[in-house]
Design a protein around this ligand. Structure first.
Ligand SMILES: Nc1ncnc2c1ncn2[C@@H]1O[C@H](COP(=O)(O)OP(=O)(O)OP(=O)(O)O)[C@@H](O)[C@H]1O
Ligand SMILES: [Mg+2]
Length: 214
């Protein structure tokens, strides 16, 4: 099932004539993980911001499948490349609760979801700690946990294992793989050597999407 589609997206930042994205089309479906790769500065994070609705494309359209009435989550979830840009609450527990509060979730359900999330990501020990005080790796795990807790219909992960050790890299991959059965996933990685999902591999080169053979 297609949950998200970009159609012929072009983009340049204001006050710049440089086209970062040229006629980019892609879609996310449940049951498969799309990998987006490309060199530093090729526009991966820019595309992630457009997909999450944080930037408006210069041209083209975005189609997002409507949230079914019974679905309890959000439409788009983006885990930022830099967790410092994402984390803004006083402690880790509030960071997880923040998005759920915005979903107007009943308080008991919210507490249960926060607890469950802290458990899954082994964050209980830091629940009262400020995200600022954590290592880069734990910041990254907190950022991932906070987005996954909101149960997005599609999830964009922008180089989210950059600061993780091998154990947590594997854990996050397992969690994402399991989630991808139900939701659309875009996995962004800067290096083709780190391409781990073989469902569909896209590469950004000079603003164009190149589809690679998996
Ligand atoms: N706010 C901005 N204003 C103007 N130009 C920007 C802005 N943010 C990024 N750029 C430029 O857009 C281009 C694409 O940047 P982007 O961060 O999307 O690339 P990326 O593929 O995510 O790179 P990396 O691998 O380093 O994360 C770069 O040339 C960058 O300098
Ligand atoms: Mg980037």
């Amino acid at each position: 099932m297609t949950v998200f589609e970009l159609k012929n997206i072009s983009f340049s930042y204001p006050n710049s004539s440089n086209l970062i994205l040229k006629n980019v089309s892609m879609k996310l479906e449940t049951g498969r993980i799309v990998t987006l790769t490309g060199k530093n500065g090729s526009g991966k994070s820019t595309l992630s911001h457009i997909a999450a609705g944080l930037l408006k494309p210069t041209a083209g359209s975005i189609e997002i499948k409507d949230i079914p009435a019974e679905y309890e989550g959000i439409q788009a979830g983006l885990v930022f490349q830099n967790p410092d840009e994402q984390l803004l609450n006083a402690d880790v527990e509030s960071e997880i609760a923040y998005g759920l509060e915005n979903l107007n979730m009943p308080i008991d359900e919210m507490k249960a979801r926060v607890n469950e999330t802290l458990d899954i990501f082994n964050l209980k020990k830091f629940s009262q700690h400020s995200p600022d005080s954590l290592s880069d790796g734990w910041k990254q795990i907190t950022a991932i946990a906070a987005v996954i807790a909101m149960k997005p219909m599609f999830l964009i992960l922008d180089e989210v294992t950059a600061f993780l050790d091998p154990y947590w890299t594997e854990r996050i991959k397992e969690i994402v793989k399991e989630l991808s059965k139900q939701i659309g996933v875009l996995w962004i990685t800067s290096s083709t050597r780190q391409v781990i999902w073989q469902d569909e591999i896209l590469s950004l080169q000079n603003g164009l999407i190149i589809r690679q053979e998996a």
